[in-house]
Ligand binder design. Structure first.
Ligand SMILES: [Fe+2]
Length: 198
């Protein structure tokens, strides 16, 4: 029997096609400890990398917007951890992983304000904070899925922070998401090369 790469290796080893930033070491250890399937670890790494790119872009484009970057990176790196308990949701629809993911993180000592991303990443409204919006946006942008109502909320936050009109922020975000989308096929192929079973 052949064994594929370990969760730690998928989370941390250097990648070339596409180049992906490693997950935070503490998250990598947590994913190993809970038995996260290889496909899930790969997905979290892809979304985490896009979240990091989004943070870099927001910081450069609209530094007036206060964002807790550490929370965004943690949220992106753990948002689907509940799929460890509901692996059918790795390849099909379902929302049971959301509450399960938050509970799993809480049980491992993660504070509620960081565990919340696991439960809340699939929904947003005008009350949603910028950190949560960026995690949700990264979870779409990694595969070049465009979600106008989600992007509008980010545009509103950018516009309020900098005092520039929404259309201007829309054009800037659109250009950046188009750039992110250019690597979507490579991310999808890399993620898909990892087994849904541990
Ligand atoms: Fe996801």
């Amino acid at each position: 029997m052949t064994t594929g790469p370990s969760p730690l290796s998928i989370a941390l080893d250097e990648t070339y096609d596409p180049p992906l930033r490693p997950l935070p070491a503490a998250v990598a250890g947590l994913l190993r400890d809970v038995g996260a399937p290889p496909r899930l670890v790969a997905h979290l790494r892809a979304v985490h990398d896009v979240a990091a790119q989004l943070l870099d872009w927001v910081g450069a484009h609209r530094p007036e917007l206060a964002v807790d970057g550490g929370a965004v990176l943690f949220g992106a790196a753990t948002h689907d951890v509940g799929k460890t308990l509901h692996p059918a949701e790795l390849s099909g629809p379902g929302s049971r992983h959301e509450e399960a993911g938050r509970d799993l993180l809480l049980a491992r000592g993660v504070p509620p304000d960081l565990a919340r991303f696991a439960a809340g990443h699939a929904g947003w409204d005008t009350e949603t904070g910028i950190e949560d919006l960026l995690v949700s946006l990264a979870d779409k942008a990694w595969k070049n899925k465009r979600v106008p109502d989600l992007e509008d909320l980010v545009v509103t936050a950018l516009s309020r922070a900098g005092g520039h009109p929404p259309w201007e922020e829309f054009l800037a975000l659109d250009e950046f998401l188009t750039h992110i989308g250019e690597n979507a096929d490579r991310r999808l192929a890399w993620q898909g090369a990892h087994s849904v079973r541990g």
